[in-house]
Design a protein around this ligand. Sequence first.
Ligand code: CU
Length: 392
Amino acid sequence: MSEPNVPLLSDLLERAVVPEGATDRRAFLARASALSLAIPAVGAALTACSPRGGGGADSARGGGGASGAQAAGGAASLRHLNSNSRLDTAVLKGEPHGNSSATADATRGASSAVFRRFDPTLPPLPADGRLQLHWHARELPVRISDDTVVAAWTFEGDIPGPIVHCRVGDTVEFTLTNDALVPHSMDFHAAQIDPKAAFRSVTKGQSVTFTFKPKWAGAFMYHCGTAPVLMHIGSGMYGALIVSPREPLPAAKEFVLVQSEFYLEEPQNGIRAFDYSKMLATMPDFVAFNGRPNQYIKEPIRVKRGDRVRFWIVDAGPTHPCHFHVVGEQFDTVYLGAPPATPIRGVQTFTVPAGGGMCFELLCDVAGEFPFVNHGFGHGQKGAIGFLVVEP
Ligand SMILES: [Cu+2]
């Protein structure tokens, strides 16, 4: 609907129509790959629509993907290119999942998935300025509400992944081990690092390790960057790394909210898979803070009158922004740049872009029940809403 080029291209591929000037379907795929370098959405559609097993020209170049690896004939020829780069988006094809997140791991044991409120509390800083994280990419069912279990791709078994907290200049030593059949990777927006090496995809049983020191304070997204990135973010592989400044900000109750969209297939055997075609159409079924629609309506965030509250908001998308607003309150401070730089005062609503993060502060000097919302209400209504309860 909003991306008229995409269905057109998919249609072309499905029907194997060969455009004028291309000698065969394979040449057309190669040309379309080149096109995808310039138009990412087209690249994503192309990746999704590629024949399974990666029969096209690119898989012969040894690009990642489980089936691509098999076709290439062993570990020696594996070349896991950075999936966030223009190159990797073009070469990573032939993943076994097709248009759906419903892998065997992601759907197994759906009925026993238990609902759990996601704790929005900012975790404490590491004592010694060093964070050592060894995470696993896992595919498993996650219950996001009483009646909805999703076939999730995750970091550490949940949507979103763990909230991480450090300070500017701290050392983050990160390892990702992939437990799943689909290749996965990690892209920290807080890192300044060669993405081709650090953010490369790894296949089942493999690990990737890298170290970085965040240079700026702020709320930073992390996500799987394996192509198609839309599919991997859209299926649950994202989270927040909060970087506090060296000089502490004013004392506050600090919370982290990661907004994201859910594009789901109809239930099958009690589970809903993520639907890549719906992700491309960008009309979500749910929008949620911290992976569960409306969870903080049922179980609000509670503070005391007189508390300063600091919300670190990350918008994981994959596509839509978050117009963050607290009903009945005003932010005395929103930081446009890295806190404490560039504060703006007296803000009612501010927009966090997809792939971005911001810091919002308010002084809770009035008791009551204050809804915090995405004031883009088509999305607030779909679950991006909760209560901040200020107890007297
Ligand atoms: Cu992934």
